[in-house]
Design a protein around this ligand. Structure first.
Ligand SMILES: [Zn+2]
Length: 301
């Protein structure tokens, strides 16, 4: 059973923020169903969304039920005002804001709390990921609040500083985690944090004759190679690595994105069986799924 642990259904070639807001429910449902069926056509029935600011993933969770897909949504992501994250969620400034947003998220029955801690990997400048948006105290406060409600925490983080803070705060999954060192890889494994290294966004650019990032190729290659080294290390020491495509990102399509991700893992040197095992077992953990329920659900399918 394949699980894509990191997608953004709101990012796609069918609609954008404006057309979504102009559309009625019926039109929205048609779009969402179309995307969900792309996953089904690839044999992917279990998905976790990273959030959006237009409630697309919330509607997707509803439609997913009718499509016999397990779909987990954070509704929208939380990011710090003035930092990276605009399209993925709502910004906050302080604890008061967080409390208010978290209450709203609870009303929408979030499946996990998504926090955007750093920026994206800068393709122009090696090593650059933007500053860590929340202090360790702020992050801890959000993580602890979520835990009080048994809500797992999914954190977008790149770079040693951000990933280090995410680990220290006790998050459940770390997304991307580019540009980290052996130390963070070991700490993630030690603490049982699931790492979702999302190779596809960078790997797919490198695999294509891409014009958009022609000048940035060298940096992308270097960052990608570092990630591969860390993944090998993580798996060698018994760390939990799950597969997430970051579908919706540039060059990563819904549905086939996870197959790209698997392909990138194959290129590292893992065999298909081993990858699918990681994909399922660590993916199920990332989604907080009960393996017994999952097995019976599979039979009903
Ligand atoms: Zn993402």
């Amino acid at each position: 059973m394949l699980i894509d642990t990191h997608i953004h259904i709101a990012l796609n070639g069918l609609f954008n923020r404006q057309s979504w807001e102009d559309a009625n429910r019926e039109e929205k449902v048609i779009w969402i169903r179309k995307i969900l069926r792309k996953y089904k056509s690839q044999g992917i029935y279990i998905l976790r969304d990273g959030g959006d600011g237009i409630f697309a993933s919330k509607l997707a969770r509803e439609i997913a039920k009718e499509e016999n897909i397990i779909y987990k949504s954070p509704i929208y992501a939380i990011y710090k005002k003035g930092h990276y994250g605009t399209f993925l969620g709502k910004s906050i400034v302080d604890r008061g804001d967080f409390k208010r947003e978290f209450k709203i998220l609870l009303e929408h029955r979030l499946d996990h709390l998504k926090i955007i801690l750093t920026g994206m990997v800068n393709f122009q400048k090696y090593g650059e990921v933007g500053e860590t948006a929340f202090t360790l105290d702020e992050l801890k406060y959000m993580v602890d609040t979520a835990k009080e409600h048994d809500i797992p925490v999914m954190v977008h983080a790149n770079g040693r500083d951000g990933v280090g803070k995410a680990i220290a705060a006790g998050v459940d999954t770390i997304e991307h985690g580019y540009l980290i060192s052996k130390a963070e890889v070991h700490k993630m494994a030690e603490k049982g944090i699931i790492w979702i290294p999302t190779l596809a966004p960078l790997g797919n650019i490198l695999d294509s004759n891409d014009n958009r990032f022609q000048k940035e190729r060298e940096v992308i290659q270097r960052v990608y190679e570092g990630q591969i080294k860390n993944i090998r290390n993580a798996i060698a020491i018994g760390g939990s690595v799950a597969l997430g495509s970051d579908a919706g990102a540039y060059k990563v399509q819904h549905g086939s994105g996870l197959l790209d991700e698997i392909h990138h893992f194959e290129k590292i040197g893992f065999d298909r069986k081993e990858i699918e095992k990681m994909c399922f077992e660590n993916g199920a953990k990332a989604l907080n799924l009960d393996l017994h329920i999952l097995k019976s659900w599979n039979k009903e399918e």
